[in-house]
Design a protein around this ligand. Sequence first.
Ligand SMILES: [Zn+2]
Length: 282
Amino acid sequence: MTAAADPLHAQARRLADALAPVERGLVLVVTGAGVSLASGLATFRGSDPGAIWKRDVMEMATLDFFRRDPVGSWRWYQERFDKVLEARPNPAHLAIAALERWQRARGGDFLLVTQNIDVLHERAGSREMIKVHGSADRVRCQRDGCRLGAPAGSLPLAEVDFGPFRADPSHDTLPRCPDCGGLLRPHVLWFDELYQGHADYRWEQVMQAIERMHVALCVGTSFSVGLTEVLLQAAFWSHTPVLSIDPGEATVVASRGLEQIRARAEELLPRVCAELGAELPA
Ligand SMILES: [Zn+2]
Protein backbone atom coordinates (compact mmCIF):
# COMPACT_ATOMS: atom_id res chain seq x y z
CA MET A 1 0.00 0.00 0.00
CA THR A 2 1.33 3.45 -0.81
CA ALA A 3 1.65 6.09 1.86
CA ALA A 4 -1.10 8.18 0.29
CA ALA A 5 -3.56 5.31 0.48
CA ASP A 6 -2.59 4.51 4.03
CA PRO A 7 -3.64 7.29 6.44
CA LEU A 8 -2.17 5.36 9.34
CA HIS A 9 1.26 5.80 7.83
CA ALA A 10 1.03 9.59 7.84
CA GLN A 11 -0.38 9.59 11.37
CA ALA A 12 2.37 7.26 12.60
CA ARG A 13 5.00 9.50 11.00
CA ARG A 14 3.49 12.56 12.65
CA LEU A 15 3.64 10.94 16.10
CA ALA A 16 7.14 9.62 15.52
CA ASP A 17 8.26 13.13 14.52
CA ALA A 18 6.83 14.51 17.76
CA LEU A 19 8.48 11.89 19.97
CA ALA A 20 11.87 11.49 18.30
CA PRO A 21 13.33 14.91 19.28
CA VAL A 22 12.56 14.46 23.00
CA GLU A 23 15.72 12.51 23.53
CA ARG A 24 16.64 13.83 26.96
CA GLY A 25 13.31 15.22 28.12
CA LEU A 26 10.12 13.76 29.51
CA VAL A 27 7.61 11.96 27.32
CA LEU A 28 4.33 11.96 29.25
CA VAL A 29 1.68 9.48 28.15
CA VAL A 30 -1.83 9.82 29.58
CA THR A 31 -4.33 7.05 28.95
CA GLY A 32 -8.07 6.84 29.49
CA ALA A 33 -10.73 4.18 29.08
CA GLY A 34 -10.48 4.25 25.26
CA VAL A 35 -7.14 2.44 25.37
CA SER A 36 -8.78 -0.59 27.01
CA LEU A 37 -11.83 -0.72 24.76
CA ALA A 38 -10.10 -3.14 22.38
CA SER A 39 -9.51 -5.39 25.41
CA GLY A 40 -13.26 -5.65 25.87
CA LEU A 41 -13.63 -3.12 28.68
CA ALA A 42 -16.42 -0.57 28.35
CA THR A 43 -15.61 3.11 28.58
CA PHE A 44 -17.26 5.51 30.97
CA ARG A 45 -18.33 8.18 28.55
CA GLY A 46 -17.73 6.71 25.12
CA SER A 47 -20.29 5.76 22.53
CA ASP A 48 -19.48 2.02 22.72
CA PRO A 49 -22.56 -0.10 23.47
CA GLY A 50 -21.35 -1.03 26.96
CA ALA A 51 -20.49 2.51 28.03
CA ILE A 52 -20.91 2.45 31.76
CA TRP A 53 -22.10 6.02 31.75
CA LYS A 54 -25.52 4.82 30.79
CA ARG A 55 -25.85 2.96 34.05
CA ASP A 56 -25.73 5.84 36.47
CA VAL A 57 -22.04 5.64 37.15
CA MET A 58 -22.20 9.12 38.61
CA GLU A 59 -24.35 7.74 41.38
CA MET A 60 -22.71 4.32 41.86
CA ALA A 61 -19.07 5.39 41.79
CA THR A 62 -19.27 7.63 44.82
CA LEU A 63 -18.31 7.52 48.48
CA ASP A 64 -21.82 8.71 49.22
CA PHE A 65 -23.31 5.59 47.60
CA PHE A 66 -20.84 3.33 49.42
CA ARG A 67 -21.83 4.88 52.75
CA ARG A 68 -25.54 4.50 52.03
CA ASP A 69 -25.38 1.03 50.50
CA PRO A 70 -22.03 -0.80 50.87
CA VAL A 71 -23.62 -4.08 49.77
CA GLY A 72 -24.96 -2.52 46.56
CA SER A 73 -21.66 -0.75 45.94
CA TRP A 74 -19.60 -3.93 46.35
CA ARG A 75 -22.01 -5.95 44.18
CA TRP A 76 -21.64 -3.39 41.41
CA TYR A 77 -17.85 -3.26 41.73
CA GLN A 78 -17.40 -6.98 42.05
CA GLU A 79 -19.17 -7.60 38.77
CA ARG A 80 -17.08 -4.93 37.12
CA PHE A 81 -13.77 -5.99 38.70
CA ASP A 82 -14.27 -9.60 37.62
CA LYS A 83 -14.38 -8.44 33.99
CA VAL A 84 -11.55 -5.95 34.46
CA LEU A 85 -9.20 -8.47 36.03
CA GLU A 86 -9.87 -11.06 33.31
CA ALA A 87 -9.03 -8.69 30.44
CA ARG A 88 -5.83 -8.96 28.44
CA PRO A 89 -3.67 -6.13 27.11
CA ASN A 90 -4.18 -5.15 23.48
CA PRO A 91 -1.54 -3.87 21.01
CA ALA A 92 -1.95 -0.29 22.30
CA HIS A 93 -0.89 -1.30 25.83
CA LEU A 94 2.03 -3.29 24.42
CA ALA A 95 3.12 -0.38 22.22
CA ILE A 96 3.07 2.06 25.15
CA ALA A 97 5.31 -0.29 27.12
CA ALA A 98 7.60 -0.57 24.07
CA LEU A 99 7.77 3.23 23.77
CA GLU A 100 8.82 3.42 27.42
CA ARG A 101 11.67 0.93 26.88
CA TRP A 102 12.72 2.80 23.73
CA GLN A 103 12.73 6.18 25.47
CA ARG A 104 14.66 4.83 28.48
CA ALA A 105 17.18 3.04 26.30
CA ARG A 106 18.23 6.33 24.73
CA GLY A 107 18.54 8.00 28.13
CA GLY A 108 15.26 9.88 28.07
CA ASP A 109 12.54 10.18 30.67
CA PHE A 110 9.12 8.59 30.42
CA LEU A 111 6.01 8.55 32.59
CA LEU A 112 2.67 6.91 32.03
CA VAL A 113 -0.30 8.36 33.90
CA THR A 114 -3.41 6.27 33.50
CA GLN A 115 -6.96 7.09 34.47
CA ASN A 116 -7.81 3.41 34.18
CA ILE A 117 -8.23 1.13 37.15
CA ASP A 118 -7.62 -2.01 35.08
CA VAL A 119 -4.25 -3.75 35.25
CA LEU A 120 -3.55 -3.94 31.51
CA HIS A 121 -0.61 -1.54 31.41
CA GLU A 122 1.17 -3.55 34.11
CA ARG A 123 0.44 -6.77 32.26
CA ALA A 124 1.80 -5.24 29.06
CA GLY A 125 5.09 -4.40 30.78
CA SER A 126 4.80 -0.68 31.60
CA ARG A 127 7.07 0.26 34.50
CA GLU A 128 7.04 3.96 35.39
CA MET A 129 3.35 4.43 35.88
CA ILE A 130 0.92 6.36 38.05
CA LYS A 131 -2.62 5.03 38.45
CA VAL A 132 -4.23 8.30 39.26
CA HIS A 133 -7.73 6.82 39.74
CA GLY A 134 -6.64 3.80 41.77
CA SER A 135 -6.49 0.12 40.90
CA ALA A 136 -9.03 -2.69 40.62
CA ASP A 137 -6.59 -5.22 42.08
CA ARG A 138 -6.36 -3.48 45.46
CA VAL A 139 -8.75 -2.59 48.28
CA ARG A 140 -8.39 -0.44 51.36
CA CYS A 141 -9.94 0.11 54.75
CA GLN A 142 -12.62 2.77 54.88
CA ARG A 143 -11.98 3.56 58.57
CA ASP A 144 -10.09 6.77 59.35
CA GLY A 145 -6.69 6.22 60.88
CA CYS A 146 -6.35 2.53 59.97
CA ARG A 147 -2.92 1.70 58.55
CA LEU A 148 -4.65 -0.17 55.69
CA GLY A 149 -6.65 2.90 54.68
CA ALA A 150 -6.05 6.50 53.58
CA PRO A 151 -3.80 8.39 53.51
CA ALA A 152 -1.36 5.73 52.32
CA GLY A 153 -2.52 2.18 53.07
CA SER A 154 -4.10 -0.53 50.92
CA LEU A 155 -3.90 -4.28 50.38
CA PRO A 156 -4.16 -6.65 47.41
CA LEU A 157 -7.68 -7.71 46.50
CA ALA A 158 -6.33 -11.26 46.18
CA GLU A 159 -5.63 -11.34 49.92
CA VAL A 160 -9.29 -10.80 50.74
CA ASP A 161 -11.74 -13.70 50.86
CA PHE A 162 -14.80 -12.61 48.89
CA GLY A 163 -16.29 -16.12 48.99
CA PRO A 164 -18.95 -15.46 51.64
CA PHE A 165 -20.01 -12.19 50.00
CA ARG A 166 -20.21 -13.78 46.57
CA ALA A 167 -22.31 -16.64 47.93
CA ASP A 168 -24.65 -14.39 49.89
CA PRO A 169 -24.16 -10.63 49.48
CA SER A 170 -25.32 -9.01 52.71
CA HIS A 171 -24.13 -6.63 55.38
CA ASP A 172 -22.86 -9.62 57.42
CA THR A 173 -20.67 -10.94 54.60
CA LEU A 174 -19.17 -7.61 53.50
CA PRO A 175 -15.37 -7.83 53.18
CA ARG A 176 -13.68 -6.58 56.36
CA CYS A 177 -10.29 -5.06 57.13
CA PRO A 178 -7.91 -7.73 58.50
CA ASP A 179 -6.39 -5.11 60.81
CA CYS A 180 -9.32 -3.31 62.42
CA GLY A 181 -12.48 -5.04 61.22
CA GLY A 182 -13.72 -1.90 59.44
CA LEU A 183 -15.38 -2.11 56.04
CA LEU A 184 -13.09 -2.58 53.06
CA ARG A 185 -13.70 -0.46 49.97
CA PRO A 186 -12.40 -0.49 46.40
CA HIS A 187 -9.06 1.30 46.08
CA VAL A 188 -10.40 3.70 43.47
CA LEU A 189 -11.02 7.42 43.24
CA TRP A 190 -14.72 8.13 43.42
CA PHE A 191 -16.46 11.06 41.77
CA ASP A 192 -17.03 12.79 45.12
CA GLU A 193 -13.41 12.38 46.22
CA LEU A 194 -10.18 14.27 45.57
CA TYR A 195 -6.97 13.17 43.88
CA GLN A 196 -5.17 14.20 47.07
CA GLY A 197 -7.22 11.68 49.08
CA HIS A 198 -4.67 8.87 48.85
CA ALA A 199 -0.90 8.78 48.41
CA ASP A 200 -1.17 6.07 45.72
CA TYR A 201 -2.82 8.51 43.30
CA ARG A 202 0.52 10.40 43.45
CA TRP A 203 -1.11 13.67 42.46
CA GLU A 204 1.90 15.83 43.40
CA GLN A 205 4.11 13.76 41.13
CA VAL A 206 1.60 14.05 38.30
CA MET A 207 1.61 17.83 38.67
CA GLN A 208 5.40 17.90 38.63
CA ALA A 209 5.48 15.76 35.49
CA ILE A 210 3.00 18.06 33.75
CA GLU A 211 5.25 21.01 34.59
CA ARG A 212 8.35 19.47 33.09
CA MET A 213 6.95 17.41 30.17
CA HIS A 214 8.38 18.03 26.71
CA VAL A 215 5.59 16.31 24.86
CA ALA A 216 2.31 14.74 26.00
CA LEU A 217 0.59 11.88 24.25
CA CYS A 218 -3.02 11.29 25.29
CA VAL A 219 -4.60 7.99 24.35
CA GLY A 220 -8.32 7.25 24.56
CA THR A 221 -9.16 9.95 27.05
CA SER A 222 -12.30 12.04 26.80
CA PHE A 223 -10.66 15.13 28.33
CA SER A 224 -13.47 15.34 30.85
CA VAL A 225 -11.57 14.88 34.10
CA GLY A 226 -9.51 17.24 36.22
CA LEU A 227 -6.24 15.70 35.15
CA THR A 228 -6.59 16.44 31.45
CA GLU A 229 -7.88 19.93 32.19
CA VAL A 230 -4.72 20.71 34.16
CA LEU A 231 -2.57 19.15 31.45
CA LEU A 232 -4.10 21.21 28.66
CA GLN A 233 -3.78 24.40 30.71
CA ALA A 234 -0.11 23.75 31.42
CA ALA A 235 0.59 22.84 27.81
CA PHE A 236 -1.16 25.99 26.65
CA TRP A 237 1.12 28.24 28.72
CA SER A 238 4.35 26.34 28.09
CA HIS A 239 3.71 25.73 24.37
CA THR A 240 4.18 22.01 24.91
CA PRO A 241 2.75 19.85 22.15
CA VAL A 242 -0.13 17.60 23.18
CA LEU A 243 -1.16 14.86 20.77
CA SER A 244 -4.39 13.00 21.33
CA ILE A 245 -5.25 9.67 19.74
CA ASP A 246 -8.94 8.89 19.72
CA PRO A 247 -11.12 7.25 17.06
CA GLY A 248 -14.18 9.35 17.92
CA GLU A 249 -15.25 12.84 17.00
CA ALA A 250 -13.18 15.66 18.41
CA THR A 251 -14.01 15.61 22.10
CA VAL A 252 -12.60 18.94 23.27
CA VAL A 253 -12.76 22.48 22.07
CA ALA A 254 -9.62 23.40 20.22
CA SER A 255 -6.83 24.20 22.63
CA ARG A 256 -3.56 25.73 21.53
CA GLY A 257 -1.00 23.00 21.07
CA LEU A 258 -3.55 20.17 21.14
CA GLU A 259 -3.49 18.06 18.02
CA GLN A 260 -6.16 15.42 17.64
CA ILE A 261 -5.44 12.32 15.64
CA ARG A 262 -8.46 10.27 14.75
CA ALA A 263 -7.31 6.68 14.87
CA ARG A 264 -7.55 3.51 16.88
CA ALA A 265 -4.60 3.41 19.25
CA GLU A 266 -4.29 -0.37 18.93
CA GLU A 267 -3.70 0.11 15.19
CA LEU A 268 -1.70 3.32 15.24
CA LEU A 269 0.67 2.90 18.19
CA PRO A 270 2.35 -0.28 16.94
CA ARG A 271 3.00 1.61 13.69
CA VAL A 272 4.57 4.46 15.66
CA CYS A 273 6.83 1.92 17.36
CA ALA A 274 7.84 0.62 13.94
CA GLU A 275 8.66 4.14 12.74
CA LEU A 276 10.83 4.77 15.80
CA GLY A 277 12.43 1.34 15.93
CA ALA A 278 10.84 0.65 19.33
CA GLU A 279 10.76 -3.07 19.63
CA LEU A 280 7.41 -4.74 20.31
CA PRO A 281 7.20 -8.16 21.94
CA ALA A 282 7.07 -10.93 19.30
ZN1 LIG B 1 -8.79 -1.12 58.97
